[in-house]
Design a protein around this ligand. Structure first.
Ligand code: FES
Length: 147
């Protein structure tokens, strides 16, 4: 049961860029989708307001790996403001499309980047991203949220 992935998705899935961890990252974002259980973690190194390095670790489907891979390429070398403009739509376009059931995987990539920047801003300025909450979230605690 493999969805119809574009060549670009398959290429990033088989040969993902920027996988791993950064020594002393300036920001770390970890998000997850409770429905499929996939988890994505992005780490960034920031120099002079520019994303000097970014690495990811994704425990998830092929689309989650491909979206995180291409998203790291799209924000590396960009300013924080530019990186914040990266939408999951742009990620999907860069991958030459995703099957509809896999769009949420690209949301995870956008969220992971924003979560890493949020963490960076919290650490460097004391305030995180204004008006932003992740659409995907990791339940860190066993008892979960109350809704
Ligand atoms: S199936 Fe959930 S991230 Fe891909």
């Amino acid at each position: 049961m493999s969805p119809n992935y574009s060549e670009k998705v398959m290429e990033h899935f088989k040969n993902p860029r920027n996988v791993g961890e950064i020594d002393n990252p300036d920001g770390v974002g970890k998000v997850g989708n409770p429905q499929c259980g996939d988890i994505m973690e992005m780490q960034i190194k920031v120099k002079d307001n520019v994303i000097a390095d970014v690495k990811f670790r994704t425990f998830g489907c092929a689309a989650a790996i491909a979206t995180s891979s291409i998203a790291t390429e799209m924000i590396k070398g960009k300013t924080i403001e530019e990186a914040l403009k990266l939408t999951n739509k742009a990620v999907v376009e860069a991958l030459e499309g995703l099957p509809p059931v896999k769009i949420h995987c690209s949301v995870l990539a956008e969220d992971a980047i924003k979560a890493a920047i949020d963490d960076y801003l919290r650490k460097s300025t004391g305030t995180g991203l204004q008006g932003w909450t992740p659409r995907s979230d990791v339940e860190e605690e066993e008892h979960g949220h109350q809704h």
